[in-house]
Design a protein around this ligand. Structure first.
Ligand code: SF4
Ligand code: FES
Length: 259
């Protein structure tokens, strides 16, 4: 059975009974814009039935299927793996498929496109710059002997070796860290926390021989030195990656604290 508390502010608080699958209704506010046609942002409001496990993505898809087919949203895996469904949910960069309506503790949910990305339409943003900066970091193991030959030997890494880069390899390129970053908001040429964390992921991998190349790329006014260490990138990452720490560790290499 659902427990609904009395309204305490303009936003009525709602508690969905943890053991119940009972239906509640929320108001979903979706930001609508189409910059290509010069449209200003407006907000469309929809009443959406939700249950305990309903995700924000499912609520948006309910709107698309039943109320307004034209809402633009990008998604694919629905399981926090592909990185497609990033958006601002009640002001915070989040994955829509990984955010349950019940954990937002509000019956009014506002979804908007991520900050620091050009808007394509409504909730869909352009990832070109993120992917281009990711590629600039050479996100692959660089070795002269990368080709497997009959003489090739297994490269053994200890658990300690793997631990140095493992968390950074969990990045799904969702862009939430770049959306949360105050430096990205003021410097559109900044590589961004996503790209810098990926540079560190390979620099810290002892199979890799591309460290000097990557350090040259990040040693730039729009690279690691531009970060003010706000730390918001690490707070919003849905995969437990800590880009703020990666940036500090990269600085350690350039300042000679790390070899
Ligand atoms: S570091 Fe985290 S928040 Fe940033 S793109 Fe990768 S998974 Fe997303
Ligand atoms: S749909 Fe793939 S991460 Fe959300």
């Amino acid at each position: 059975m659902a427990v609904v508390t009395a309204p305490t502010s303009s936003e009525e608080l709602i508690t969905i009974e943890k053991t119940s699958g009972e239906l509640n209704t929320i108001t979903l506010r979706i930001a609508r814009s189409n910059p290509a046609e010069g449209h200003e942002t407006t907000y469309s409001e929809f009443k959406v039935p939700v249950k305990k496990w309903t995700t924000v993505l499912e609520a948006i898809l309910y709107v698309k299927q039943n109320l307004d087919h034209a809402v633009a949203v990008r998604y694919s895996c629905r399981q926090a793996s592909c990185g497609s469904c990033g958006m601002k949910i009640n002001g915070k960069p989040s994955l829509a498929c990984y955010t349950k309506v019940s954990e937002l503790h509000s019956n009014i949910i506002t979804v908007e496109p991520m900050n620091n990305f050009p808007i394509i339409r409504d909730l869909a943003v352009d990832f070109k710059q993120l992917i281009s900066n990711h590629k600039k970091m050479k996100p692959f193991i660089i070795r002269e002997d990368s080709e497997v030959t009959p003489e090739s030997k297994e490269f053994i890494q200890t658990p300690k070796d793997v631990e140095k880069y493992l968390q950074f390899s969990y990045c799904i390129k969702c862009g939430l860290c770049n959306a949360a970053c105050p430096t990205m908001a003021t410097d559109t040429s900044f590589i961004g926390p996503q790209g810098l964390a990926q540079a560190y992921r390979y620099v810290a991998d002892n199979r890799d021989k591309g460290k000097e190349d990557r350090l040259k790329i990040v040693d730039d006014a729009h690279g690691i030195w531009r970060c003010h260490f706000a730390g918001s990138c690490s707070q919003v990452c849905p995969k437990g990656v800590d880009p703020a720490m990666a940036i500090q560790l990269l600085r350690g290499y350039l300042l000679g604290f790390t070899k």
